[in-house]
Design a protein around this ligand. Structure first.
Ligand code: S3P
Length: 182
């Protein structure tokens, strides 16, 4: 397995925060697919959605991970919440490294993203209902794609980071190397 950790999960599940903490702990590079696309296009995700539509954005996501899969090692990759939904993307993520699903409850997301204007899919009326439907549809896909599922509600960043770190070290056999080196 390539030595990368890929974080997937719904908006507000903490992919960026946990990703940065993991990158610090492992001395890995931190990458974020949304930030990558915004930088490449020199504009915001909201603008891409408004100007070119969701399908265009999804094509950019696929192109981004195809590129990262070829060129990335020793990195933590935080992905946009809708990225694993395309079947071909799921397979690329699994090839890229250890895929971790940050599972979050609707109530936590509502609290964390209250007043958010940056996420085009969570604007307008009936946000709570939209969220509920999206989570029902997406959660089985996240679960199916990931090597590890971590529930994030009511846990600290340190607890979540440690849980992922421990599992990653086992998956990559680095726990044994550490033992031997003692
Ligand atoms: C999306 C999640 C966003 C961003 C875009 C669409 C989604 O990323 O890619 O607004 O479909 O869930 P975050 O999960 O980082 O918020």
């Amino acid at each position: 397995m390539k030595e990368n950790i890929i974080l997937i999960g719904y908006m507000g599940s903490g992919k960026t925060t946990i990703g940065q903490a993991l990158a610090d702990k492992l001395s890995y590079q931190f990458l974020d697919t949304d930030a990558y696309i915004e930088e490449e296009q020199n504009t915001t995700i909201s603008h891409i959605f408004a100007e070119y539509g969701e399908e265009y954005f999804r094509n950019m996501e696929t192109a981004t991970i195809e590129n990262l899969e070829k060129n990335t090692n020793h990195s933590i990759v935080s992905t946009g919440g809708g990225l694993p939904l395309r079947e071909c993307n799921g397979a690329i993520l699994q090839k890229m490294g250890f895929v971790v699903f940050l599972s979050v409850k609707k109530e936590t997301v509502l609290k964390r993203l209250e007043g958010d204007t940056q996420r085009p899919l969570l604007q307008g009326d009936n946000v709570e209902q939209k969220m509920e439907e999206m989570l029902r549809f997406r959660n089985p896909i996240y679960e199916y794609t990931a090597h590890l599922k971590v529930e994030v509600d009511n846990k600290t960043v340190e607890e979540i980071t440690e849980e992922i770190y421990r599992n990653y070290m086992i998956m990559t056999g680095q726990d044994e190397k550490k033992e031997e080196g003692k």
